[in-house]
Design a protein around this ligand. Structure first.
Ligand code: SAM
Length: 212
């Protein structure tokens, strides 16, 4: 997987000073280096621009790397709502989105994503694109909430669905969430309301279109 990703990253992504600065800011603040890969970020940008999505919900902001990639997809006309457990992380993400020119197009809801999602449902909010990239054990819950909050035809993307390759390779050491990801992938692949595929870029992303 590493070799394949290095190949794709080196061929299909360019030096990106803004995103490099985001990575540095995450390290400087002692936060974990778990942003999406450069190619995964590019895929997010392209999926948003191809679909014309304008109202995006992200679950898991960290330092704003994927947030910037999502916002680049909708450009000047679009809005990102991002759910993040840690207030400090949301502040750094907001500062990085502002440096990228999207400060006025993003809002952060901090605390447990499940609580924010429940509130969004109560408030009858709707979104046309979802990016799930927070605590893995809640992916099924995040998927169900995303379907509830989805406009017809919305896209739902989830990261880390290959769990470092452990979901399909018995030689790869299992992660804490390997079995959950197998179940998640199974749900996504067979869900009656979704049309889905898994793209093996980065740590693997499922892309689902809501049929309803
Ligand atoms: C993999 S990182 C997100 C990376 C980000 N999407 C990117 O690529 O730039 C996961 C994030 O989810 C947040 N998180 C973990 N558990 C959460 C929860 N229960 N509710 C909301 N956010 C949570 C973590 O604080 C962390 O910032």
């Amino acid at each position: 997987m590493k070799q394949m990703n290095n190949y794709i990253d080196s061929l299909f992504t360019n030096q990106d000073d803004l995103l490099e600065d985001v990575i540095s800011s995450i390290k400087e603040n002692g936060m974990p280096s778990i942003s999406v890969s450069p190619s995964s970020g590019k895929l997010l940008t392209m999926l948003i621009s191809i679909s014309g999505s304008k109202n995006v919900l992200e679950i898991g902001a960290l330092g704003g790397f994927s947030g910037i990639c999502l916002a680049r997809g909708f450009g000047k006309e679009g809005k990102l709502t991002s759910l993040e457990l840690e207030e400090k992380f949301a502040q750094l993400a907001h500062s990085n989105l502002s440096k990228a020119g999207f400060g006025n197009q993003v809002s952060y809801l901090t605390g447990l994503a499940i609580d924010s999602l429940e509130k969004l449902v109560t408030d009858q909010k709707k979104f046309d694109f979802f990016f799930i990239d927070a605590d893995k054990l809640n992916y099924e819950n995040y998927l169900n909430y995303s379907i509830k909050l989805a406009e017809p035809g919305a896209l739902i993307v989830a990261d880390n669905v290959l769990a470092g390759g452990s979901v399909m390779d018995p030689e790869t050491k299992s992660k804490r969430y390997t079995e959950f990801m197998r179940e998640f992938n199974n749900t996504v692949a067979n869900h009656p309301l979704l049309e889905s595929i898994l793209i093996p870029i980065g740590d693997g992303m499922t892309v689902s279109r809501v049929k309803k």
